[in-house]
Design a protein around this ligand. Structure first.
Ligand SMILES: C[C@@H](N)C(=O)N[C@H](C)C(=O)O
Ligand SMILES: [Zn+2]
Length: 203
């Protein structure tokens, strides 16, 4: 059974069927990711739980009301646990406690594995990503939302980069998502505890 079919069987939906203006470029379906390998193969579409996809569409509407020329650009959405293991195993040099900041422990399950988290940025209508100060999956302090003010004062992030992150966060909050401490691109539609109560992991 394909990864896509597994998602469809668990009633996940393609976010572009809910909002066709959302742009999608699944980085784990390319070699342009921190693993350096195509982790997803044939899966190239972004699936989420229906309630999470509705929240994403709300964030997308909010973004376009505030900035008509900008779009959400999704890098990752529902992620099977088998892929979570590949990401986890790609950082063998990081002790597990440090590693969990950047890749959720597959034994516990990532919120992505439930189809309730999304990694994304903001782009122009033709898909050019705004400058957020780091690449997607840059695992270090420069990507921490919690350190932005400090990094701005130290001249490590520019005003424009911080503003671009604020645009993303404001739209995602308006849609009902929560940001996390260590990654500017990651947002949760539900906590892991709630997701676990309501949904099954996509294996
Ligand atoms: C690996 C990165 N893109 C990510 O999504 N990290 C969070 C913490 C996760 O694995 O759930
Ligand atoms: Zn993520």
């Amino acid at each position: 059974q394909s990864l896509e079919q597994a998602m469809i069987n668990q009633k996940l939906v393609d976010v572009q069927n809910v909002d066709p203006s959302i742009l999608v470029e699944l980085k784990y379906s390319t070699t342009d990711n921190f693993v350096g390998k195509d982790v997803y193969g044939e899966l190239t579409r972004a699936y989420m739980q229906p309630m999470a996809a509705q929240k994403l569409a709300k964030a997308s509407r909010y973004l376009q009301e505030q900035h008509p020329d900008l779009r959400l650009l999704v890098y990752d959405a529902a992620r099977p646990r088998a892929a979570q293991w590949k990401l986890w195993n790609a950082l063998p040099d990081l002790p597990e406690r440090e590693r969990q900041k950047y890749v959720a422990d597959p034994r516990k399950g990532s919120i992505h594995n439930y189809g309730c988290a999304v990694d994304l940025t903001v782009a122009t209508k033709d898909g050019k990503a705004l400058d957020m100060g780091t690449k997607y999956d840059f695992f270090g302090e420069l990507a921490y939302p919690s350190k932005e003010e400090e990094l701005l004062k130290a001249g490590k992030l520019t005003k424009q980069q911080v503003e671009n992150r604020r645009i993303l966060r404001e739209a995602m909050r308006a849609g009902g998502f929560s940001p996390i401490e260590f990654e500017w691109w990651h947002f949760n539609a539900l906590s892991r505890e709630k997701a676990k109560m309501v949904f099954r992991i996509v294996e």
